[in-house]
Design a protein around this ligand. Structure first.
Ligand code: NAD
Length: 517
């Protein structure tokens, strides 16, 4: 057991990131408002205690809010390109800490070390993106209907942005929000998932160093710890104009209602139920790579994981056999060992949900193609390692309609035209990511047309999983409708103001109204 932390340099990584060792007490980190109950973080990799943090009490939260509100007064006055310079320095610090943070992500969340590094790279990329954006926060100018008048719009910062994040992207989601929010002039309070609190402390330590080096108030970035009750401090708080919440649809429905009830804004990034359509014109080799990586990458715990393969009947058996064959080569084990493809699920509750899904699909009439099962024995002591499974199913099955956050892939057969496949693809409550594998231009364009995929992300000859930071990221329907990261996603972090200036000595009224005195 001791071996994993020692052999893979976890102890050194924790040390570099300013995390206290298990026997040294809780890791409060910088500007971490927490004096409540202890939260122990256990690794799904080997079941060992990584470190502990304290949760945030109501009093702690008030202190965080006070600190953030105070910091906002300084931060909003700094020109946006100067705020961009701070984000640039943050990106540099992330580069210096990339291996250590990537390792911690892998050890605390269970994704592969390569994916951990990839997550930190996304943080670096969004910083680069935000630096350029800090000189482009522009509004439009319009022609006034009144002579001698000028009209334009500008964007101002909102204030304190509350960020609630999920366990599966324990560091990147925070940075997608913060890098943009900061250049927009906002300050942030972050509540990471209670399942990955140490990643939160590590990130906070990195940004705190940048702020200290620039003599800026640390309240620009505040960290609070705990479960949904701590999240509710923010969702119910009228001093938080925007809540960015990433997690399950169940959580999103509660948060959306709470925030809308006080007329706040929310940016929701919720569950997906993503499908790849495989048409008779698909490149089978590309399809297999896209489908297998999409279904088993991060052990099926990505919001964009491939959950359904909708395959034309004419190539159904060929694709089924090719994917099943590829599954035989998967190596399941310690995600820090780069020879393994699949790591553990986050915890034993997730394992139960996985087992339940496999039972349910059979009960509903499905047929197992590649057997699942929980692994035990040497290297699997945490009890969180499961075999990626494949089942033949029908789209209307209740379990297929549901997002199971685990490596379970459903094969669904379609016949006739691509429209029938699109109907299956759209025939679920979620609307995050979708893909079509085809070399037929007509099919591809139909999939992308207004009568095509209803998802926030629609890809051709690429799987559903993963996205570049340059595009706006998010989904429709029960995925919540939010967009973050690239494109013009920055606008949600600002308030728009329309300005009209009269440079004459007259006061003409709009709409030609006369008001003679
Ligand atoms: P979760 O919903 O259990 O928890 C997410 C976060 O919400 C946690 O920080 C949790 O403490 C908090 N929370 C829960 N209930 C709350 C409430 N009532 N008020 C305030 N905060 C509350 O999700 P999870 O298990 O951590 O993550 C997995 C889910 O996240 C999956 O459904 C996945 O698809 C989704 N996800 C979506 C995206 C996306 O961009 N669309 C990205 C990552 C994960």
């Amino acid at each position: 057991m001791e071996a994993i932390a020692t052999n893979f340099g976890i102890k050194e990584a924790l040390n570099q990131l300013g995390i206290k060792a298990v026997n040294e007490g809780t890791s409060t980190g910088s500007n971490n408002f927490s004096n409540g109950d202890i939260i122990d973080s256990f690794s799904p990799v080997d079941g060992e205690l990584i470190a502990s943090v304290k949760s945030t009490t109501r009093e702690d939260y008030e202190m965080a809010m006070k600190t953030a509100t105070q910091a906002f007064k300084t931060w909003r006055l700094m020109p946006a390109p100067q705020r961009g310079e701070i984000v640039r320095q943050f990106g540099e610090k992330l580069r210096e800490n990339k291996e250590a943070l990537g390792k911690l992500v892998s050890y605390e969340m269970g994704k592969s070390y390569q994916e951990g590094l990839g997550e930190v790279q996304e943080m670096i990329d969004i910083c680069d993106f935000a630096v350029g954006l800090s000189r482009q926060l522009h509004g439009l100018t319009m022609h006034s209907e009144r002579p001698g008048h000028r009209m334009y719009e500008q964007y101002h910062p909102l204030g304190v942005v509350g960020i609630i994040s999920a366990f599966n992207f324990p560091v990147a989601v925070w940075s997608w929000n913060t890098a943009l929010a900061w250049i927009c002039g906002d300050v942030c309070i972050w509540k990471p998932s209670e399942k990955t609190p140490i990643c939160g402390v590590a990130c906070q330590n990195i940004i705190a160093e940048v702020l200290r080096e620039n003599n800026l108030p640390e309240g620009i970035s505040c960290l609070i710890n705990g479960d949904y009750k701590v999240g509710e401090f923010m969702t119910k708080d009228t001093r938080v104009p925007l809540i960015s919440a990433t997690g399950s649809t169940r959580m999103g429905k509660i948060v959306a209602k709470e925030v809308a009830g006080r007329l706040g804004k929310s940016l929701l990034e919720l569950g997906g139920n993503n499908a790849i359509i495989v048409t008779p014109d698909a490149d089978i080799k590309m399809t297999v790579i896209g489908a297998v990586f999409g279904a088993v990458g991060t052990a099926g715990q990505r919001c964009t994981s491939t959950r359904r393969l909708i395959i034309h009947e004419s190539i159904y058996d060929k694709v089924k056999n090719a994917v099943a064959d590829a599954y035989k080569q998967l190596r399941i084990g310690n995600p820090l060992d780069e020879t393994n493809h699949v790591g553990p699920l986050i915890d034993k509750d997730a394992v139960k949900m996985y087992e339940n899904a496999l039972e349910r699909v059979v009960e509903e009439g499905g047929k197992i193609v590649v057997d699942g099962g929980v692994l035990s024995g040497d290297g699997y002591e945490s009890g969180c390692y499961v075999k990626p499974a494949i089942a033949e199913a029908e789209n209307h099955f209740e379990i297929v309609q549901h997002e199971t956050f685990a490596p379970v892939l459903y094969l669904i057969k379609y016949s006739g035209d691509v429209e029938n496949a699109i109907e299956f693809q759209n025939g679920v409550a979620q609307g995050l990511s979708s893909a079509i594998m085809t070399n037929n231009l007509r099919e591809a364009e139909r999939f992308l047309s207004h009568a095509g995929s209803d998802c926030g992300i629609a890809n051709v000859n690429i799987g559903t999983s993963g996205a570049e930071i340059g595009g706006a990221f998010g989904g429709e329907k029960e995925t919540g409708g939010g967009r973050e990261s690239g494109s013009d996603a920055w606008k949600i972090y600002m308030r728009r103001q329309t300005n009209t200036i009269n440079y004459t000595t007259e006061l003409p009224l709009a709409q030609g109204i006369k008001f003679d005195l």
